[in-house]
Write a protein that binds this ligand. Structure first.
Ligand code: ZN
Length: 1024
């Protein structure tokens, strides 16, 4: 899936990404967390995560036995006593219903009444300690750090250890992950969505394979009304356990190994959120409301459209039939085979049997779209959109065809389907979704209007490149479980940059990728970050995996690996991996092994890369040079090291460096593998300076203990002694070091002195971003004097460059990126005559009846200036309502939200949340934009707090939309009062979000801001 964060990529620091299916976390979702994992003992062949075993709770074994399902076998014996202990502790707090169900209940009960001997007292103490420590483990696993409410759930945990079905019977399965004994082989799915009633009828026939004898079949189903179910032709009744979205059939006799057919008829409502089988609507240019139905299943919402084994490792084939009215078309993953006329004027489309795939990749759409097509090799590529936007589809078609050709050849493995559809959905929350053969997009990420600039095209190209890469990485070969989501997302993200660099070199994607790496470093420097590969159990944690670490850090470490291997080796390893695991599931280790096998340097890819996927965070390399002797030390880099829990981590760093002798060409690059805490590098000759991490291809930062001065002097002499990327990286690293307290801010200002001579986009935009962040902190803290000083500082260092920017049409992406960053800053800080020029351009455009063009990269800046007057704001609101050009529409919305007028701000907040005049999909963008300005940021924060329930009904807890909303609203606080306020608010959320990782991130960020202010106000006062 593509997050929506690309949608805002020019706005550094903005986290815009959209969520996935709405989630259904009930209180009990956390409760069972420790129970999730114990599949290993059931079936050694079943894929499990080694980490999972660590957390295996004894209770889950107890439970299963309590149900009388499994007899103890010998190697399970040793679990028994601990199971009893836990059973005892649980029982004391749980209801009597379980004492009837569990034999251990009674045993323990009688045991606890007997008079204790000394021996039993000792045992008792040990028991108590064990119980206490287990409870602590539970406490922390359950994430009760913020709220006492969260912890109360432990009581109900015990209730649901034996899940009770909706009808009161015991549910025969007690884990979030499905039992491995039954696998789906094929699904026949027939659906009839009624776009008037917003309901659908469905029937699914699942051919299942029983691998081990069992008395139950358990699968997923959510929010549906099951009318009839048969198993091998005989009617059966289902038990349902709603909190886990599971249904089950119990059998009195063991089912023998073999194949069976399970048929289910059901009805359900089309979802009104953005997941499952959902309805979407838009108003066409004639003012008529049109409706459509589309799907978004990743990660956990296929179960909302049809009962299924909804885990990525349960791959299967699918045959889909879709009934529709004749004025609509239907689409699915595979090509259509035939259409049958039904009674009542309805038609039924049948699609070819699919390739073997995971449920989250299934997709179908019923809509009245138009399309254009072209052929690549044996595949027909088509782009679909609403009829009003038929002029905007050609760019996507051409781009998709070129990229498909590139991937067919790069992966040495042709895209396996005969068709590939790319569909722009008018109301879609994620950036895009890689459903096999039927990729869905937001309109902004697929459609390109006639006035679109290369920057708009860069966005569309990136998203298409990402989703196409998924057709191999994700669809053909899929991560086994969501803990390795990065295998899908990190790889697709990496391939998106690599393919564009090859196929569309003019789009300057390299600079964009560098910014993405900086962004990933900033997130991963927080204590609240997590390893790339992380234990994931409950749905909220699955949602949270769709974050910067999986996507951007994942892509960054692949770049680092590719830079160590040769391009040929990397490509060969990847294509061999795809061949070997074609249509199956993998873990990180499988990829590393494939790459190790092709490496001629005898590099153990696995040994190196595991250090990057298993530890959270990244290393700081400290360099001390004395003559030709260079001492290198690595440590876990944390912005706030005070509460560090994990500082013994060591990385295998393929450290690269250049020196003053040779520093710009790739052939200058030297490599040193730093695996230990400290190592010494002996240089052959004396050098004036060293620069490590050539082009910032590695995922680490570098501190030159006494070497900063030499580098700064060299740059002041001649900026071209280093590549633009290396200069950008120096700026990035020194700001990070200052934020962590490792260097004084004065040193940062020393480096920034060279910037007046800088001309390249990457270092300039990085410097602007960093200084802009500090300006915003000062502004929000009402440090008016210092904010004014910072403004003068920016004007002093960038003013000349700002003045020299042209306002005419521009074709170079790099120049446009730089110009829009400079002018947006200039206009927002009211530097020079930026606002006057912008207003002039706006008036010219409006008076020409919108026929004269504003350069597309300047539209946002110009509109933001215009939106500051009542008249301009009204004109823009009118434009927003009527525009059919989605990128322009978004920029217009950002301008509207940048107003300083509080009444308008409140109106925008309300209209975007209720979806009346502004699409709800844009709510995270609205919050982000409002929070950038002083005028509205506290209103936005209050609005988020007051409307939290409503917000989490629209966006899933843990999702990227929620992550973005929280960070936008709080990341600029730097006072004690705001810290306490945020802490209290998050604590009050209980199960509606207090355990989210983003909450810890937000609190940590506020604390860092406070500390930075405390430490640096004096320096700012003296030296800005
Ligand atoms: Zn993706």
């Amino acid at each position: 899936m593509e997050s929506a964060n690309h949608l805002n990529q020019q706005e550094y620091g903005a986290i815009e990404r959209a969520p996935l299916p709405r989630n259904m976390i009930e209180n009990s979702m956390f409760e069972e967390e420790p129970d999730v994992v114990d599949l290993a003992k059931e079936s050694p062949s079943y894929p499990i995560d080694s980490d999972d075993v660590v957390y295996e709770p004894r209770s889950s074994r107890l439970l299963v036995r309590g149900l009388g399902e499994n007899d103890l076998d010998e190697d399970e014996e040793d679990y028994e006593s601990s199971a009893r202990l836990l059973g005892m502790s649980f029982m004391n707090r749980s209801s009597s219903q379980r004492s009837a169900a569990s034999p251990y209940t009674r045993q323990q009960h009688s045991g606890s009444c007997s008079k204790p001997s000394t021996k039993s007292m000792v045992v008792g103490v040990v028991v108590l300690v064990l119980v206490a420590s287990m409870l602590m483990v539970f406490y922390f696993l359950l994430g009760c750090t913020f709220t006492t409410e969260g912890c109360q759930k432990t009581n109900s945990t015990m209730d649901s250890i034996y899940p009770i079905s909706t009808n009161g019977e015991l549910f025969p399965w007690a884990e979030l992950r499905l039992p491995p004994s039954v696998h789906p082989v094929h699904y026949n799915i027939s659906l009839y969505p009624n776009l008037t009633l917003m309901t659908f009828q469905g029937s699914v026939s699942i051919l299942v394979q029983v691998l081990h004898e069992t008395k139950k079949i358990v699968l997923h189903s959510s929010d549906m009304n099951i009318i009839k179910a048969t198993f091998d032709g005989k009617e059966v009744h289902f038990l349902e356990y709603k909190p886990w979205q599971q249904i089950a059939i119990k059998f009195t006799e063991d089912l023998k190994k073999g194949r069976y057919v399970l048929d289910i008829n059901y009805t359900a409502n089309l979802s009104s959120n953005y997941d499952g089988f959902y309805n979407s609507s838009y108003v066409d240019t004639n003012g008529i409301k049109r409706v459509l139905a589309a799907t978004q299943f990743e990660p956990l919402a296929a179960r909302k459209a049809f009962p299924c084994f909804d885990e990525p490792a349960f791959k299967s084939t699918f045959t889909i039939k879709m009934t529709r009215e004749s004025n609509y078309i239907s689409l699915s993953n595979m090509p259509k085979v035939k259409t049958t006329e039904l009674k009542n004027g309805l038609q039924e489309d049948e699609f070819e049997k699919s390739v073997k795939m995971s449920t989250y990749l299934v997709a179908f759409i019923v809509a009245d779209f138009i399309s254009v097509s072209n052929n690549v090799s044996k595949t027909t590529v088509s782009v679909y959109a609403v009829p009003d936007k038929k002029e905007q589809v050609q760019y996507a078609l051409d781009t998709a065809c070129k990229l498909l050709e590139f991937y067919n050849s790069f992966f040495d493995n042709n895209y396996p389907l005969t068709k590939l559809d790319l569909v722009a959905i008018p109301d879609f929350l994620a950036g895009a979704m890689e459903n096999w053969g039927l990729i869905t997009f937001r309109e902004t990420t697929l459609l390109v209007g006639t006035n679109s600039s290369p920057i708009d095209k860069q966005l569309v190209t990136s998203v298409i490149a990402h989703e196409l890469a998924h057709q191999w990485f994700g669809n053909l070969v899929t991560m086994r479980w969501w803990n390795d989501l990065w295998l899908n997302e990190g790889f697709a993200t990496y391939m998106q940059y690599m393919s564009i660099q090859n196929v569309f070199p003019g789009l300057d994607i390299d600079t964009e990728f560098l910014n993405v790496r900086f962004k990933a470093l900033a997130k991963d420097a927080l204590n609240s970050s997590h390893p790339v590969s992380t234990v994931v159990s409950n749905p909220e944690q699955v949602e949270e995996m769709f974050d910067s670490v999986s996507y951007e850090k994942g892509a960054s470490i692949l770049l680092m690996l590719n830079a160590v291997l040769t391009d040929v080796e990397f490509q060969k390893g990847v294509s061999e991996y795809l061949q070997k695991y074609n249509l199956s599931n993998t873990e990180s280790e499988d990829l590393w092994n494939s790459l190790s096998q092709v490496s001629e340097q005898n590099l153990s890819v696995s040994e190196m890369m595991n250090t990057w996927t298993v530890h959270k965070g990244f290393p700081l390399v400290t360099v001390k040079r004395s003559g030709t002797q260079v001492t290198l030390t690595q440590e876990h880099f944390l912005l706030n090291a005070e509460n560090s829990t994990d500082d013994s981590s060591l990385w295998h760093i393929p450290l690269t460096y250049v020196t003053d002798k040779c520093s710009v060409l790739s052939s200058c690059k030297q490599v040193f593998h730093l695996k230990d805490k400290t190592a010494t590098l002996k240089l052959p000759d004396q050098v004036k300076w060293l620069k490590f991490n050539f082009k910032s291809d590695g995922f680490y930062i570098v501190h030159y203990e006494e070497g900063w001065k030499d580098l700064i002097d060299a740059l002041k002499n001649d900026v071209n002694v280093l590549t633009g990327k290396d200069r950008a990286a120096l700026i990035n690293n020194i700001f990070a070091l200052s934020r962590s307290g490792k260097v004084f801010f004065k040193e940062v200002l020393n480096l920034m002195d060279y910037i007046r001579n800088e001309t390249e986009t990457a270092p300039l935009t990085e410097a602007l971003f960093q200084l802009g962040q500090i300006y915003r902190l000062l502004d929000k803290k009402s440090e008016l004097y210092l904010a004014a000083r910072m403004k003068s500082y920016i004007e002093d260092h960038f003013g000349k460059l700002m003045d020299s920017q042209s306002w005419d049409l521009e074709t170079s992406v790099s120049k446009m990126t730089l110009r829009s960053a400079l002018l947006e800053m200039a206009c927002s800080l009211n530097i020079s005559d930026c606002a006057t020029k912008a207003m002039h351009l706006f008036d010219q455009w409006f008076n020409s009846n919108k026929t004269s063009q504003i350069p597309s990269d300047l539209v946002r800046t110009v509109f933001k200036v215009a939106a500051q007057t009542d008249e301009g704001w009204d004109k823009l609101l009118d434009l927003y309502k009527h525009s059919i050009n989605d990128p322009e529409k978004r920029k217009t919305l950002e301008a509207l939200a940048s107003t300083q007028d509080i009444r308008k701000i409140i109106w925008i907040l309300q209209s975007s949340l209720d979806g009346s005049e502004i699409q709800t999909q844009e709510f995270p963008l609205v919050i982000n934009t409002i929070c950038k300005n002083f005028a509205g940021h506290l209103y936005a924060w209050d609005f988020v707090k007051e409307n939290w329930d409503k917000i989490t009904q629209k966006f899933p807890v843990g999702s990227f939309a929620i992550q973005s909303i929280i960070m936008s609203a709080t990341s600029q606080f730097s006072t004690k009062n705001h810290l306490v306020e945020a802490q209290n608010f998050f604590a009050s959320l209980g199960t509606k979000g207090s355990q989210m990782r983003i909450v810890q991130e937000a609190i940590e960020t506020i604390k860092l801001n406070m500390r930075w202010m405390e430490n640096n106000l004096n320096t700012l006062q003296c030296c800005l």
